[in-house]
Design a protein around this ligand. Structure first.
Ligand code: FES
Length: 99
């Protein structure tokens, strides 16, 4: 696992864009639960940085497709899946498994 950020850098329902091992990722905090996903929408590649986080999903700022932060599945067009990465909080430090 790779150190990604201090948890305090990502407020609840907030996001932080990072680059780990050359991959552009987005870290998301949902009420103290941390997620990591590709910072690129699987539809047409829009950055997810400005996506809206709500009810365990993140919606793409471009066309509004909603992706489940636990599974990556798309509620609007099931053919698309947002790639997710396992996270682990060690104290105040957030780590991400890049595969
Ligand atoms: S680019 Fe994300 S929904 Fe179209």
């Amino acid at each position: 696992m790779i150190f990604a950020a201090q948890s305090s850098e990502i407020p609840s329902f907030g996001k932080k864009a990072v680059t780990l091992n050359g991959k552009a990722l987005l870290l998301v905090n949902v009420k103290g639960e941390f997620f990591a996903c590709d910072n690129e929408c699987p539809h047409q590649g829009s950055p997810m940085t400005a996506g809206i986080v709500m009810d365990g999903t993140i919606s793409c700022p471009r066309h509004g497709y909603r992706f489940d932060l636990r599974t990556g599945s798309c509620a609007d067009v099931p053919a698309f899946t947002l790639k997710l990465y396992p996270t682990e909080l060690r104290g105040e430090e957030l780590f991400v498994e890049i595969s």
